[in-house]
Design a protein around this ligand. Structure first.
Ligand SMILES: [Zn+2]
Length: 365
């Protein structure tokens, strides 16, 4: 298939618009119309991973971390970043990154961590604002069903686990076309009164053009009347970190054992134990220290994340146990997640997991 088919699907689950400002997720090297038969999944796109992709006949590497974050000005092979890009281009190998956009969605990096820890009743820890918009449009009553169907099919009307959400009120619309119009109902140059349904529905702002195209195509009028509203609502399926509950409360010791085993981490750095059972657990793959306040406010007993610095550990302040399991360790099952996502959707497309442990941090035990 074309690479675009694969990346469009990934972006339907983790839209690029949901990545953080500093990020560089998306197609980094290669063309979207490139033919691909096999993808290699990795957490990091190192030189060794590029070599593995070439050796195993892959046409694209799907990595969690983008190999390029900042602008590259020279291509002299002096840094590993330049060498990776150079080698990928030489071998016609595409590199695609699905990073903070996958961190920020339900079903992404943090859902996978929750799954590995067996957490239940999970939700996004810090949902984002400003990602939702509202469409109001006015449709002749008899055409309302068709327009609603088109809007829902385009992605409008999703609220949590509910789809096809809308509200309708009947009223009367008026319009008068000039002499160059050919109105769907009524006559040009005469004011017409039409029973209409005012339809209201929500949609993610990043798919606005798709929603409007669906509206215009399905709506019978020559000129479609609609209003777009910016909402300040939280988008509960999108944001940082997650929180969930263990099935049965565990002692802190038992939880740390479970954490070490299930996340396959050799060592956990943690703050002082509080002598309390663990029921609620907040998680954030990678550097999640910025979520500590939300984790405490949500009543988490433990906050599982990575990249904590010495002074930041003090911020636990007896209110929570911070457990730093390592950046690679916290995100390593993202590889498995991507593998499952692609295999489920494209059953006949070959996808392989890297055999290389790209963790740059080694432990001397
Ligand atoms: Zn990371």
């Amino acid at each position: 298939m074309k690479l675009a088919e694969l990346t469009n699907y990934l972006e339907s689950l983790a839209p690029l618009a949901y990545q953080e400002d500093y990020d560089n997720a998306g197609l980094i090297v290669g063309r979207s119309d490139k033919e691909v038969h096999q993808a290699l999944i990795s957490l990091d796109c190192t030189e060794a991973v590029v070599d593995e992709a070439i050796a195993t006949g892959c046409q694209v590497i799907i990595s969690h971390h983008p190999i390029v974050f900042k602008g590259l000005k020279k291509f002299n092979g002096r840094t590993y970043v330049e060498r990776v890009v150079e080698k990928a281009i030489k071998h016609d190998l595409a590199i695609y990154a699905i990073h903070t956009n996958l961190d920020n969605v339900t079903g992404g990096v943090n859902s996978k961590i929750c799954e590995m820890l067996g957490l239940k009743n999970t939700r996004i820890l810090a949902p984002k604002n400003g990602l939702l918009k509202k469409l109001v449009t006015y449709v002749p009553v008899n055409d309302a069903g068709k327009v609603k169907n088109a809007l829902f099919a385009a992605g409008a009307g999703d609220i949590g686990n509910y789809s096809e959400c809308s509200f309708g009120t009947e009223g009367t619309g008026t319009f008068k076309g000039n002499d160059s119009t050919n109105p769907y109902v009524g006559e040009p140059c005469i004011r017409h009164h039409e029973p209409e349904l005012r339809i209201e529905t929500v949609y993610p702002a990043n798919i606005e053009s798709k929603i409007l195209m669906a509206l215009v195509l399905a709506h019978p009028y020559e000129e479609v009347a609609y209003d777009l509203y910016t909402l300040t609502n939280q988008h509960n399926q999108t944001g940082s970190g997650m929180i969930g509950e263990v099935d049965m409360a565990l002692s802190e010791d038992d939880f740390l054992h479970l954490l070490k085993k299930n996340m396959q981490t050799g060592v956990i750095k943690h703050t002082e134990l509080r002598g309390r059972d663990v029921k609620k657990v907040a998680v954030c793959g990678g550097a999640g220290g910025f979520l500590l306040k939300q984790a405490i406010a949500a009543g988490a007993d433990v906050f599982v994340t990575a990249d904590y610095k010495y002074h930041e550990f003090f911020d636990a302040d007896g209110k929570i146990v911070i457990a730093d399991i390592g950046h690679f360790e916290s995100e390593q099952f993202t590889q498995q997640l991507l593998f499952e996502i692609i295999q489920k959707k494209f059953a006949t497309f070959a996808v392989r997991l890297t055999t290389i442990n790209t963790n740059p941090v080694k432990y001397f035990i």
